[in-house]
Design a protein around this ligand. Structure first.
Ligand code: C5P
Length: 223
């Protein structure tokens, strides 16, 4: 009960992953990448050729799929889905779209609820997602909602993908981001919205280091 939690929610491309990881590292806390769980189930559903209309089958899949985060010092964390290294597949736009589609299914969200809660371990947790502060950890004492303009978010995604050697147009990305935002914000269950007690942090034009400091400044010095 006295394990501190910092939730960092916001739309895709606001910098949640980078910021959350850096803040968790600075604090020496655990890190939950909840989007990776949804991506993993989206990818597993594709592997199993599941019908997206079959909510019961997808719920079973979400309960039964083993998702492991492997961190070797000095390396990018890897994600194993039922023992298979899916790190790269999970980062693709296809996996993001699959995640967004299955994330709208209440049974899938329910199945992932306890999995997410189990990341709450001493000495603390930084939880990154869409509904960390509103649904999964409403009791969290520290909540941030990260935003950035859609144009800047599309540009960041574009640069990330270019570095990985993937060719996509900026226009296409912007359209995908706006479509995904709309779907995430309008869905009936756990829509993307700031918790009433979240602090809004706009990262448009703000360097990563400055955002990390801003987020850390919201926590008491004693942590
Ligand atoms: O954060 P990331 O882009 O990896 O998330 C992929 C998708 O998973 C999001 O577009 C969203 O639909 C879904 N998601 C969610 N709730 C979370 C995290 C992710 O619905 N807590």
């Amino acid at each position: 009960t006295d394990i501190p939690i910092l939730t960092i929610d916001g739309p895709s491309g606001a910098g949640k992953g980078t910021i959350s990881r850096a803040v968790a590292q600075r604090l020496g806390w655990h890190y939950l990448d909840s989007g990776a769980l949804y991506r993993a189930i989206g990818v597993a559903a594709g592997w199993a050729d599941e019908d997206l209309a079959d909510h019961v089958a997808l719920m079973r899949l979400a309960f039964n799929t083993r998702i492991q985060f492997v961190t070797d010092a000095g390396h990018e964390p890897r994600v194993l889905v039922d023992g298979v290294d899916a790190t790269h597949e999970l980062r693709t736009e296809t996996a993001g779209a699959a995640a967004s589609a299955i994330a709208a299914i209440p049974e899938v969200r329910a199945a992932l609820f306890e999995k997410q809660r189990s990341f709450r371990q001493p000495p603390g947790l930084v939880a990154d997602g869409r509904d960390m502060g509103t649904v999964v950890f409403p009791e969290a004492p520290y909540k941030v909602f990260l935003t950035a303009s859609a144009e800047e978010r599309a540009e960041r995604r574009h640069n990330q993908l270019k570095q990985k050697g993937l060719e996509v147009t900026l226009d296409g990305l912007l359209r995908e981001i706006l479509a995904r935002d709309a779907r995430d914000a309008q869905r009936a269950v756990a829509p993307l919205k700031p918790a009433p007690d979240a602090v809004l942090v706009d990262t448009t034009g703000v360097p990563i280091d400055a955002v990390v400091e801003r987020v850390l400044s919201l926590l008491p010095e004693s942590l």
